[in-house]
Design a protein around this ligand. Structure first.
Ligand code: ADP
Length: 318
């Protein structure tokens, strides 16, 4: 292999730039060339390439977002679209590809692998909902960003004896909500993985009112319902008047934490070196602090579970 390419796909996440930088610099370290593909699979179909050297990835290590941009591509879901993408890559002498994205992007990566284009995935999403890795790139940053916002709300909740519902992202998973709830010392967390009874929640709220808690914070994962829906349910069932905050896209932005910067650097280097020794159809993971490879398919066939230990802490400590 002389020339490889890297792209970012799906939702962006803080740390993607650090991964791009690591892929480029590890390629150069190994005397290979690295091409950047703009706008994910859309750019792959259109042959939208930029050549990257050491200098072009200078100064991006701590920048949020992705310099290669990201996009969703309907065309890539068709055989014709993927065929064009591969033909364009071959024309440009690209012999391998690193895809930074979530499980949707990995579906696409697997298909490229099956069509004979060596491809490796790096998990980048703030949702952490990818099996085969303990953490995805961007998750730690999103937890810290949401935590900072929640701690500000806590100050005002506490001054006014208020009940706050804070809706955090996470798609259909509760990883973000659970870590934010534990770190913020929130009273309750509501996640898609566990059944929710509004009646039980109201009972718990009454109990915490009786022990004179000055405020109550509920962290709600977006995959369960909206914060406004929950507000109405709490009003109808228990007569509670909750304040609602939806954190939204601020959770996807900002500079990556040191954890995410280091994770992305490790994953970028490991993915590149794995590709160069002939690995394909696999994704890089961080499992028990070590870099691993596992089949891309795992990211959508296997469910990743919330930590029972953290769920236990929510019961015991709050
Ligand atoms: P994420 O990678 O963050 O999960 P998406 O689910 O939006 O994000 O997927 C990103 C892109 O990956 C899609 O726009 C599409 O081009 C490609 N993709 C997703 N699912 C498939 C699939 N089943 N087959 C081929 N390509 C897919």
């Amino acid at each position: 292999m002389k020339r490889i390419a890297v792209l970012t796909s799906g939702g962006d996440s803080p740390g993607m730039n650090a991964a791009i930088r690591a892929v480029v610099r590890t390629s150069i370290f190994n005397d290979k060339e690295c091409i950047g593909v703009m706008r994910g699979y859309e750019g792959l179909i259109d042959g939208e390439y930029v050549s990257l050297n050491r200098a072009s990835v200078g100064g991006i290590l701590h920048r949020g977002g992705t310099i290669l941009k990201t996009a969703r591509s309907e065309r890539f879901k068709t055989e014709e679209g993927r065929g064009t993408a591969i033909a364009k890559m071959r024309e440009a002498g690209i012999e391998g590809l690193v895809v930074v994205g979530g499980d949707g992007s990995f579906h696409g990566a697997k298909l490229l692998h099956e069509m004979g284009m060596p491809t490796i995935g790096i998990p980048g999403t703030i949702d952490n909902d990818v099996a085969g890795t303990d953490e995805t790139i961007g998750f730690d940053t999103a937890v810290n960003t949401a935590l900072e916002a929640v701690m500000r709300l806590r100050d005002t909740a506490s001054s006014h004896d208020r009940l706050f519902i804070v809706e955090v992202m996470g798609r259909n998973a509760g990883f973000l909500a659970l870590e934010v709830a534990v770190a913020a010392g929130a009273e309750y967390v509501v996640v898609p993985e566990l059944p929710l009874s509004i009646g039980n929640l109201c009972q718990k709220l009454r109990a915490s009112h009786e022990i004179r808690k000055s405020h109550t914070l509920i962290i709600l994962a977006e995959g369960v319902m909206t914060a406004n829906e929950m507000k109405s349910k709490l009003q109808d069932t228990g007569g509670y008047d909750a304040r609602v905050t939806v954190l939204g896209y601020i959770q996807r932005g900002g500079s990556p934490t040191s954890f995410d910067t280091i994770l992305a650097s490790r994953m970028g280097a490991y993915a590149t070196e794995s590709l160069l020794i002939g690995k394909s159809g696999v994704m890089v993971g961080n499992v028990n602090h070590r870099m691993t490879l596992s089949d891309l398919e795992r990211s959508w066939t296997e469910q990743k579970f919330l930590s029972p230990e953290l769920l236990g802490l929510m019961e015991k400590l709050n």
